[in-house]
Design a protein around this ligand. Sequence first.
Ligand code: ADP
Ligand code: MG
Length: 238
Amino acid sequence: MTRLTVRNLTKSFGKLEVIRGIDLDVADGEFVVFVGPSGCGKSTLLRMISGLETISGGELWIGDRKVNEVQAAKRGLAMVFQSYALYPHLTVRQNMGFGLKVRKESVDEIERRVNEAARTLQLDKLLDRYPRELSGGQRQRVAIGRAIVGDPQVFLFDEPLSNLDAELRVHMRAEIAALHRRLGNTTIYVTHDQIEAMTLADRIVVLRDGRIEQVGTPKELYARPDNVFVAQFIGSPK
Ligand code: ADP
Ligand code: MG
């Protein structure tokens, strides 16, 4: 089944057209990675999918529902950002349960889901701490935990590891891969890091200047890049 359908999607900020006709189908459970140079429109595209940014033209479907006009909270998606965006005055438990509380889930249900997510991410022992008492990697796990408690149909990640040091990045990359194997949620993941892209992706989408330059599996892009631009991003010898 196709989970996400993008048809001729465009976005302009005033006269500046930053997304210039994107077509993409993402299958249910697929892990798709967006790569491309700074300013090519990766975050804007992700924010349009999430509903944080309006759509100028084209269509966006989640499953069989057209969501162009559907507000972010009602799209069944969860987004994890590069800056962890945790509430400093709330504990880990409260941070993770916040969205569910807003959705007016019962106290018992919130407790159950937060505990389950905490087990999955090995945050059980940290639930009563505040963000300032956590390491960078732990904070990022809380941000991911906050996303998974809502049981989203689709995960959106915007460079979630780019603020971490190299060692932690490798560790968190493996955790994200494991999480995906376990939960199987459709995932769209933006990164600058070609190793992240190559190891995590079922398919990689190479963006350039608001357009798709090439789409393929890591192997396909590595072995048969369409041009030097793609080869550079994938790190293949062409
Ligand atoms: P990336 O994530 O690939 O680095 P972005 O999606 O953040 O790229 O940005 C794409 C282009 O859109 C850039 O030229 C950026 O300056 C521009 N842009 C992004 N957001 C806005 C905005 N709110 N208003 C005006 N221009 C924007
Ligand atoms: Mg960006």
